[in-house]
Write a protein that binds this ligand. Structure first.
Ligand code: NAI
Length: 302
């Protein structure tokens, strides 16, 4: 805690201490990139077991990064990992670190009610200068921010999986996000080694707004029998230069995730044909064939 206190910045200063809420896939990755770039980080999860797992996976990933940076230089490697790990604290209490933090990055489950509950409680204890951000993939940042009294200091910070590898960061401005907040977040994105782009608070921001309809259209094409899954994937790899075909990509992302994104958008924008439910996706979800993570989706995996 003393580290958090000592490094907490004053209003207007750069972002030094970050509190990340949710220590799963995304939160642990965000904690790692922030720690390895010299930020002081507190990672929070409800679950101690998740935090232990995050601790282990951060160490393992840092080893990979260090190997690339320092090759066989053992002492440089150890120093790099030791320093980064010293920057991270793990806790199940979100309120204490948030009292002294410059930035909160929320990466808990994709559920608006739970995000509202969390931000309502954090808003009461965070200092005035603290910026709040959500890593949500499919919810509206403005909707999440609506329960707080700091809508000018609220934005989206959308990272990509796996966070330590993927270079992009989408910085999402709502109508109420201030220039100061936006500028600080763009600078922080660069400071954690990402290329930041600016997005409006529209469904899917930039990347998912293009990728999700692409996957859905590919599946509709397959459902009509216009081309096979395999041929659609070959087509987009060899004809459009994509590293992965859209149906392979859907298997990789997970059909439960894609389905819940499309369903959420369809509910909000029922007239947009790009967001219409996809039959083959619903069928696979029903059968528990969620893609690579369950060993089967549109393709089979060993
Ligand atoms: P995950 O399921 O791996 O991790 C979520 C974690 O949040 C769990 O460990 C859970 O114990 C914890 N949690 C839930 N409620 C909490 C609370 N009130 N306080 C503290 N911890 C809490 O999920 P994942 O994949 O890391 O996703 C997190 C967020 O990031 C979601 O909003 C998702 O939309 C977004 N996202 C996910 C991407 C992905 O590829 N998985 C990509 C970009 C964004």
């Amino acid at each position: 805690v003393s580290r958090g206190l000592a490094s907490s910045a004053v209003a207007g200063g750069p972002i030094k201490h970050i509190t990340i809420i949710g220590g799963g896939l995304m939160g642990s990755g965000i904690a790692q990139v922030a720690a390895q770039t010299g930020h002081s980080v507190t990672l929070v999860d409800l679950n101690d077991v998740v935090l232990k797992k995050a601790d282990g996976s951060i160490q393992k990933n840092l080893q990979r990064v260090a190997k690339k940076m320092f090759k066989d230089d053992k002492s440089a490697t150890e120093q790099f990992i030791g320093k980064a790990m010293q920057n991270v604290k793990f806790t199940t209490d979100p309120l204490e670190p948030v009292k002294h933090t410059d930035l909160v990055v929320e990466a808990i489950v994709e559920n608006l009610n739970l995000k509202h509950k969390l931000f309502t409680s954090l808003d009461k204890v965070a200092p005035e200068h603290t910026i709040f951000a959500s890593n949500t993939s499919s919810l509206s940042i403005g909707d999440i921010a609506s329960v707080t009294k700091r809508k000018d200091k609220f934005a989206g910070l959308h990272f990509f999986n796996p966070v330590p590898v993927m270079k992009l960061l989408e910085v999402i401005r709502t109508k109420e996000t201030s220039d100061e907040t936006y500028n600080k977040l763009m600078n922080w994105g660069a400071a954690v080694g990402k290329t930041a782009i600016t997005c409006k608070d529209t469904p899917g921001f930039v990347v998912n707004r293009l990728l999700v309809p692409l996957m859905a259209e590919a599946l509709r094409m397959m459902e009509r029998g216009d081309a096979s899954a395999k041929d659609i994937d070959i087509a987009m790899k060899l004809g459009a230069g994509h590293p992965m075909g859209p149906i392979e990509l859907a298997d990789y992302v997970g059909h439960d995730t894609t389905k819940s994104i499309i369903d959420g958008w369809h509910e909000k924008f029922p007239d947009n044909p790009l967001f219409a439910p996809v039959k083959s996706l619903a069928k696979l979800v029903e059968e528990g064939k969620l893609g690579v993570k369950t060993g089967e989706g549109f393709y089979k995996y060993k």
